[in-house]
Design a protein. Structure first.
Length: 260
């Protein structure tokens, strides 16, 4: 007897709607359905960290889609850090990388003030929206789930030192979009209402796009360091944040003891 695929499609399956209200009739594209199916399999434990996910060819056959559609689904999940590709082996569910014990979770406002400098924040946006095929995998939510999406530029004296782009699960922080994040940081608020249970960090060096370069006041050739931070509380992934720093005005440090 052949085993049932964790992504098996039943006859009753239909693409999920992407939002509520006037968008109820909107149908998710096929690549988004594949992404959702993989995310659901990871969430319910059918696929575990280190498990191989179906190849492009297998997805083409299973979901009756083009190779381009299957490739896009896998590629976007890789970009979100949900999957990892191993050359010559295939694509696998990413292993969790909880390194919170090496990088302390600190409030950026407190860090700036501890250095004797003036902290201020500029809120670019803070709004409610529905999880789509790009954002749902970031927070392991279903398409159409209510999320909050904030973008804040943190300053030390007159210099912008961090762009914080954050997605927060709406059910865990229902008043998030009503808060004044010039007076408190998302870190402060979320630490109060959803105490940290698990933290995952990933840091990448990259060249910024034009919008990021402008927001941070960077020279054309200056790179940035982007930390991807995901946090869990009460067994749920509640926040996914990209914290982008000027490469020349930021350093990542860690101090820890090694047991004998």
């Amino acid at each position: 007897m052949t085993s049932r695929s964790p992504l098996a499609v039943s006859d009753s399956d239909h693409p999920a709607s992407t939002a509520e209200g006037n968008d109820d009739e909107a149908i998710a594209p096929r690549y988004a359905v594949i992404k959702q199916r993989i995310a659901d399999a990871i969430k319910d434990g059918s696929l575990k960290p280190g498990d191989r996910v179906p190849s492009e060819s297998e997805l083409v056959q299973q979901f009756d889609v083009s190779r381009m559609t299957a490739n896009r689904a896998l590629r976007e999940l890789q970009t979100a850090g949900v999957l990892v590709r191993r050359a010559g082996s295939g694509t696998f569910v990413a292993e969790p990388k909880p390194i919170g014990q090496l990088i302390e979770i600190r409030n950026i406002a407190d860090e700036v003030r501890a250095r004797g400098h003036v902290y201020r924040a500029r809120v670019i946006q803070n709004r409610a929206e529905r999880a789509n095929s790009d954002t749902a995998p970031l927070i392991e939510a279903r398409l159409g789930t209510k999320l909050f999406h904030s973008i804040i530029v943190h300053h030390e004296d007159e210099f912008p030192i961090q762009i914080e782009e954050r997605f927060v699960l709406g059910s865990i922080a229902p008043d998030y979009d009503k808060l004044d994040f010039t007076q408190l940081t998302p870190n402060e608020y979320l630490s109060r209402i959803a105490p940290l249970e698990r933290v995952e960090h990933r840091v990448n060096a990259m060249m910024p796009d034009e919008r990021t370069r402008t927001m941070l006041g960077l020279a054309y050739s200056e790179p940035v360091l982007r930390m991807t931070r995901r946090t869990w509380s009460a067994g749920r992934l509640v926040s996914h944040a990209w914290l982008t720093h000027p490469g020349k005005r930021f350093e990542l440090t860690a101090a820890f003891s090694v047991d004998d």
